[in-house]
Write a protein that binds this ligand. Structure first.
Ligand SMILES: [Ca+2]
Length: 320
């Protein structure tokens, strides 16, 4: 193993811990991509894009429900969590440098979004799926929720405060966290997911186990050039309409101020959001336990239900 390999392994380890996935820079051979995943104790699966040679490592297993080989993508490996597996075993599992497709292992089906997954017969609600929200971009892991009529893509989830949401612009653009727990799918992915008419559904639960919802019949996030401007309308639900206040605002983070305040809401409220002056909702705010929930101004906030209050469990999902 050369020095570069060691460096990339260490970096990938770090990125996998703090982010959903690691996108290796430059192009790598299939065997090198396999070796990277094998060398990392928390990499459970990887995808290599044949055309560019980009290697994407994931800290979750890609789904065994998948069948067939997606054009242009090679599913490189799937390890059981915690199970030791050598590079040779992974190569044997999924193919070699010479034949760059997996003959023995199923390739993951890659969907544009969870509605696409639903339309293709997927019904495993709460499972993690591989999404390709835009053909030009890297695949991303996302939780799908299915009901009788449709598939919802979870774009954000708070549960327990294990993931730090006080992050800069790049993290909010590209996503972070763990799909098995707290995560943010990234503004790029939200933009691509909401190009067509989409609804937004927000679930809120307090520390006493009461829950309410806020639904919007129209939800769209514009592109990077527009600072991922939020367009939202058509509220119904029982949590109150705290998001319409943020309609037409660009996204702000601690290091990038697009808000309607003379100060920096991202710095003050320690999160990334579509701040105006400053907020009525702050679902990426600092997570607090039950003891501190009522004291926090910078918490996971939804002012039209309770204020000041920091909610315990929250998720945001899009669908049509
Ligand atoms: Ca400002």
């Amino acid at each position: 193993m050369d020095e570069l390999y060691d460096i990339i392994r260490d970096v990938s380890q770090d990125l996998l811990t703090n982010h959903n996935s690691f996108e290796a820079a430059g192009s790598f051979s299939l065997s090198y991509c396999v070796n990277l995943c094998t060398a990392s104790s928390i990499c459970l699966s990887a995808v290599r894009i044949s055309a560019s040679g980009e290697c994407h490592l994931f800290s979750s297993t890609l789904h065994a429900h998948a069948t067939g080989t997606e054009t242009g993508l090679t599913y490189i490996g799937k390890r059981k969590p915690g199970a030791a597996q050598s590079a040779t075993e992974m190569k044997g599992f999924c193919g070699t440098e010479e034949s760059s497709t997996c003959n023995t292992a199923p390739s993951p089906r890659v969907y544009q979004g969870c509605q696409d997954a639903f339309d293709n017969g997927e019904r495993n609600s709460e499972a993690v799926y591989t999404l390709h929200t835009d053909p030009e971009s890297a695949p991303v892991l996302a939780v799908c929720q299915f009901d009788d009529q449709s598939g919802w893509t979870v774009i954000q989830r708070r549960l327990d405060g294990t993931i730090d949401f006080n992050r800069g612009w790049d993290d909010y653009a590209h996503g972070f966290g763990n799909t098995n727990g707290e995560h943010w799918i990234g503004l790029e992915n939200i933009h691509h997911l909401t190009k067509k008419d989409q609804k937004l559904s927000i679930f809120l639960e307090d520390h006493e186990g009461q829950s309410r919802t806020a639904n919007y019949s129209f939800f769209q996030v514009e592109n990077r050039e527009s600072n991922y401007q939020l367009l939202v309308s058509g509220y119904n639900g029982d949590a109150g309409d705290s998001l319409s206040y943020h309609h037409k605002m660009g996204f702000s983070t601690l290091d990038y101020d697009n808000d309607g305040s003379s100060g920096s809401c991202g710095s003050t409220y320690r999160a990334g959001w579509w701040y105006d002056n400053c907020l009525k909702a702050n679902l990426n705010g600092v997570w607090h336990n039950a003891e501190n929930a009522q004291q926090s101004q910078s918490g996971v906030a939804w002012l039209d239900w309770k204020h000041p209050y920091s909610f315990k469990t929250v998720y945001m999902r899009v669908g049509n």
